[in-house]
Design a protein around this ligand. Structure first.
Ligand SMILES: Cc1ncc(COP(=O)(O)O)c(C=O)c1O
Length: 426
């Protein structure tokens, strides 16, 4: 923070400037950034219909929290909660509960707080001792799970995965005890897109609960797949509220929900699972406002943009987009497999291609990444945290606007750059 404190750019200007000049100046600086549409590792939506843009811009000054002034926006918000609850198959349509958030991280933190409260209330009601609570999840969970444990003082029982696609089911089960607030399951992990065996987890935890008179539930992190799995044609594993112990699910509107960054959703199985004492009622504005969020103020635009996407596409539209993205992903996988350079890692469920360099290729993935960057493609390089030989992987997220022509250009560059670099090494 202190490094550049003498640089004039870091000083609040004494006087202002013409808006047009300010705009130009900021834009010229931002031209140094990468092109968002070529940021292929990111799950975030980068383009919406121009009418969505118009709606967002027109509503941009609206603070969502002011329900008194913007009651209709709140009604639309609640309508989205109902729509998503139905999409995720809540058992009781008359007892719906959920909230919009800034993204899946906030949704996960809020969900896990509710689980923590419910665990404590149960311990108290049964006159059981209140020890430090814990949460059990696998090491390929997103970092926001670790953040929750640290910020909200819960012991993270993070079970290390032992290979790229393994799920440590037995160890997860062994680590559950009377102080477990819930088990975290991931429907589409950040690294490989794998979906945890949630159905099996559900039945095994049910047995453990019955045997011990515990009440451990499951939170499903569907940040990536929440807007994909319901629209997939192929048979898919059970993962949503149809499973009896799934008590909360988060999904990212700004990923395959087809909305720009800044929107996530938390849906509860039943209103019963959100403890009343976590809902704050404040009366600063026109009328009392009930909130269950980490932040107070937030823009209403992305909530309205989510409603736009839902109405614009409908179920058939989401199905078509996911089908097209999955088809493009499959074409990329096939081209990469045919080359001598790459090994495809993902299991082909979500529209995400994860791959690594074959062992016969004598280049480093970071170097490969730099050469791709020179061609404007941005692809992440990462390793999966686990107790196995670290492997560097790359990911391509196929989004709505990444058409087959772009995919073909990308494959030509991936293969061309790899072969060129490799030939120079030999
Ligand atoms: C599986 C998973 N969970 C949670 C998150 C956090 O989501 P957000 O960026 O919406 O906070 C991500 C982000 O990519 C993710 O991949």
């Amino acid at each position: 923070m202190k490094k550049n404190n003498k640089n004039s750019l870091n000083i609040f200007p004494k006087s202002g400037s013409e808006p047009a000049k300010v705009y130009k100046r900021i834009c010229s600086e931002l031209a140094m950034d990468g092109n968002v549409h070529l940021d292929l590792g990111s799950f975030s939506t980068t383009i919406m219909n121009s009418y969505a843009d118009k709606l967002i811009l027109e509503q941009i000054g609206k603070n969502f929290i002011d329900y008194g002034e913007y009651g209709q926006t709140k009604k639309i918000h609640d309508r989205i909660i109902t729509i998503l609850s139905r999409l995720l198959n809540v058992p009781n349509f008359k007892s719906i509960q959920g909230t919009s958030t800034l993204g899946s991280s906030e949704a996960i933190h809020l969900a896990l707080l509710a689980h923590k409260w419910n665990w404590r209330k149960r311990q108290q009601s049964l006159n059981l001792s209140i020890a430090k609570p814990n949460i059990v999840y696998s090491s390929n969970a997103h970092v926001c799970w670790d953040k929750f444990a640290l910020y909200f003082d819960v012991e993270p029982r993070k079970i290390t995965v032992s290979s790229l696609h393994s799920y440590p089911l037995e160890e997860i089960l062994e680590n559950i005890d009377e102080n477990t607030i819930c088990v975290g399951a991931i429907a589409g992990n950040t690294y490989t897109g794998d979906i945890d065996p949630i159905e099996e987890l559900n039945s095994k935890i049910s047995e453990i609960n019955i045997k011990n008179n515990w009440d451990v539930g499951i939170h499903v992190d569907a940040a990536i797949s929440g807007f994909v799995l319901p629209f997939l044609k192929s048979p898919k594993p059970q993962w949503d509220f149809r499973l009896s112990l799934v008590r909360s699910i988060n999904l990212s509107g700004h990923k395959f929900g087809l909305v720009y960054p800044g929107i996530g959703w938390l849906i509860f199985r039943d209103a019963f699972f959100l403890p009343k004492d976590l809902i704050f009622s404040s009366h600063y504005l026109v009328k009392p406002i009930e909130t269950f969020t980490l932040n107070y103020s937030k823009g209403a635009s992305m909530i309205l943009a989510q409603y736009f996407s839902i109405l614009e596409h409908g179920i058939s539209g989401y199905k078509k987009i996911i089908k097209d993205c999955s088809k493009t992903a499959q074409t990329i996988r096939e081209k990469l497999r045919q080359s001598d350079c790459f090994e495809v890692i993902d299991q082909g469920i979500l529209p995400i291609v994860v791959f690594k360099l074959k062992s016969n290729v004598s280049i480093d993935l970071y170097e490969f990444q730099l050469h791709l960057k020179a061609k404007n493609w941005m692809l992440p390089v990462y390793e999966i945290p686990g107790n196995f030989e670290p492997e560097k992987l790359m990911r391509i997220v196929i989004k709505e606007n990444f058409n087959p022509i772009m995919a073909s250009l990308l494959c030509d560059d991936l293969i061309g750059v790899c072969q060129n670099l490799n030939n120079h090494r030999l």
